[in-house]
Design a protein around this ligand. Structure first.
Ligand code: PHE
Length: 358
C-alpha cells in the first residue's frame, strides 16, 4: 500500500503547485481524468483477489476523495485570486478630476468676436447691444436715410410681414442702429462697440444672408478723423498680431457719416486661401466715417458740441483673413470636420497678455 500513499502525496503536490486555473485543470485531468493516474489504478482492481481488492479499493477511494477535496479547495482559492486581480486592474478613482472634453470646438466667429472685444475693451470701449429685429426708424430714418431715399436700396433688406398698424419690422441690415440706441440711452462722452448678427438678402463666396458686424461709436467734444484712423490702425495690427498691416482708406458714402470711407486690408488671395501681411490684393473689411450732424441731432445731442466717429467691421471677413478660410459659406454649414479644423480649444480664451489666438 505504500505506492498508494506515495501517489496521494504526488497528486496533492501537483494540485498545490498549480498557479492558475488552467494548471489546476491539468492536475485534475492527470489524476482523475479518463487516463488519469488514479483512474488507471482503479482499472487494475479487477485482477485482484476479493480480499485484496476490497482493501486496495477502499484505499484508492480514500485518495480520490482527498485529491478531489484538494482540487475544490484550490479552485476556490484561485477563483478568488483571479477576481481580486481583475478588481485591482479595473479600479476607478472617482476622486480624479474629469479630463476636459476634447470634442467641442469654439467657432471662428465666436473666437474672433472675443478677440475684438478684448482689443477694444483694452482701449476703453464698453459693450453695447441692440435687437436683431429692428424698426425702420432705427435701421434707416434716424441714421439719416430719408424715406424713399435710394440709399435704402443699398441694403437688400429682409422685411417681416406688416403688423396691424401697417408698420413693417425688419432684420437689421447693419449694427449701426445700435449707434442710435446708445446715443439716446447714454450721456456722452461715449465709447462703445456693439458686436452682433446682421442680415441682407445676398449670397455668394463672400456674402451670406446672415453675417456678423462690430459697430464702434465714439462721441466726444473734440473728435476728428485722425482719431478714427489711429484707432483702426491700432486695432488692425493688434488683431492680426503683426507689427504693421497694410490698410487703405477709400472715399465712400454712407448717409450717417460725413466724410465716409471704406477700409481695405492688404492680402494675398489664392485658390484656397487668403493671407494678410503679404500679397497685392485688397479685401474690404469695414465702412467708417465721422458721425453725420443729422444723426447726432436725431439723438437729442447738439452737433456743435459733440462730434464722433463710427465704423462697422465685418467679423466673418476678418476671421477669413486672419485664419486663411477661403469660403464664407462654410462658416454656417455646421460641418463638424470643418469646425475641428478651424475651431479653437474651448478653454483657450483670447487675452492680450496671453496671446489672442494661442
Ligand atoms: N453700417 C455700414 C455698413 O454696414 C458700415 C458703417 C458703420 C459705415 C459705421 C460707417 C460707420 O455697411
Amino acid at each position: 500500500m505504500d505506492d498508494v500513499k506515495a501517489l496521494e502525496a504526488e497528486l496533492l503536490a501537483a494540485v498545490a503547485a498549480a498557479r492558475d486555473l488552467a494548471a489546476l485543470d491539468e492536475a485534475r485531468v492527470a489524476a482523475l481524468g479518463k487516463r488519469g493516474r488514479l483512474t488507471e489504478l482503479m482499472k487494475t482492481l479487477g485482477g485482484l483477489d476479493p480480499e485484496a481488492r476490497k482493501a486496495r479499493g477502499a484505499a484508492l477511494n480514500q485518495v480520490k476523495d482527498t485529491v478531489a477535496a484538494a482540487l475544490a479547495e484550490a479552485k476556490a482559492r484561485l477563483d478568488e485570486a483571479a477576481l481580486d486581480a481583475r478588481l485591482a486592474t479595473e479600479r476607478l478613482d472617482v476622486s480624479l478630476a474629469a479630463a476636459p472634453e476634447a470634442e467641442g470646438r469654439i467657432h471662428p466667429v465666436t473666437q474672433v468676436t472675443e478677440e475684438c472685444i478684448e482689443i477694444f475693451t483694452a482701449m476703453g470701449f464698453a459693450l453695447a447691444e441692440g435687437p436683431d429685429i429692428e424698426d425702420d426708424s432705427h435701421n434707416f430714418t434716424a441714421l439719416n436715410f430719408p424715406p424713399g431715399h435710394p440709399a435704402r436700396e443699398m441694403h437688400d433688406t429682409f422685411f417681416l410681414p406688416p403688423r396691424a398698424d401697417g408698420e413693417k419690422l425688419l432684420l437689421r441690415t447693419h449694427t449701426s442702429p445700435v449707434q442710435i440706441r446708445t446715443m439716446r440711452g447714454r450721456t456722452p462722452p461715449i465709447r462703445v462697440i456693439a458686436p452682433g448678427r446682421t442680415y441682407r438678402c445676398d449670397s455668394d463666396q463672400t456674402h451670406t444672408p446672415m453675417f456678423h458686424q462690430i459697430e464702434a461709436l465714439v462721441i466726444d467734444r473734440h473728435v476728428h478723423m485722425g482719431h478714427l484712423k489711429a484707432t483702426i490702425e491700432h486695432f488692425a495690427a493688434a488683431f492680426f498680431e503683426l507689427p504693421t498691416v497694410q490698410i487703405r482708406f477709400r472715399p465712400s458714402f454712407f448717409p450717417f457719416t460725413e466724410p465716409s470711407a471704406e477700409v481695405d486690408i492688404g492680402c494675398a488671395r489664392s485658390k484656397d486661401a487668403i493671407r494678410i501681411g503679404q500679397g497685392s490684393d485688397w479685401l474690404e473689411i469695414m465702412g467708417c466715417g465721422m458721425v453725420h450732424p443729422n444723426v447726432i441731432r436725431n439723438c437729442g445731442l447738439d452737433p456743435d458740441q459733440w462730434q464722433g466717429f463710427a465704423f462697422g467691421l465685418g467679423i466673418d471677413r476678418i476671421a477669413m483673413l486672419k485664419y486663411g478660410i477661403p469660403d464664407l459659406r462654410a462658416f454656417f454649414d455646421s460641418d463638424l470636420r470643418w469646425l475641428r479644423h478651424y475651431g479653437f480649444a474651448a478653454l483657450d480664451l483670447p487675452t492680450l497678455g496671453g496671446g489672442l489666438s494661442r
